[in-house]
Design a binder for this molecule. Sequence first.
Ligand code: ZN
Length: 209
Amino acid sequence: MNITLPPMPYALDALEPHVSRRVLAAHHGRHHAAYVAKTRTLIRRTPLESASLEEIVRSSVGRDTALVNASAQAWNHEFYWRSMNPGGGGEARGAIAQLIEESFGSQRAFSQQFVTVAGDQFGSGWAWLVLQDGRLHITATSDAHTPLITTQMPLLTIDLWEHAYYLDYQHRRLDYIAAFLGRLIDWDFVNQHLARRSVRSTNVGSAGN
Ligand code: ZN
């Protein structure tokens, strides 16, 4: 079985004061761990037992609600950890910076739209920066839903479940979103992901990119 709880890419106190050690410890060690454990239970002695997490998410859509919820949450959380880095945030750099200018007009416009979409998401869910048809978009998904099962290519995500921020920010979700944008986004991860995806999508890329 390939599905295990991945270690955090940084220390549990590395994102303080923006995300506390207390929140990160429970979020990774209990919430993320529970989604991984549930996924393992549901794929045991099935044809998906040796599949990758991406394959499990994609192949369970429309067939097994419990499995798609658990496996998508496992995938979303791993993607979320890697979307952040101590000392991150602020102005985007490299290829993603140019794409942000082309898609949103400016980094400021990108940030404003990200705050609006993430702030307006009703209830539990995620906000995403995705690539589709050569352009960037900001979207939100409810509960466990993930762009992984769409034609959009996820590049960045913020967890909007209350377990991600309530102990640190209470009802002030906008302060958490501001910290994510200003202090936490790992633009190097976004650029690495963008480069990989570009290779895979060159045959469907538009003339404009
Ligand atoms: Zn979460």
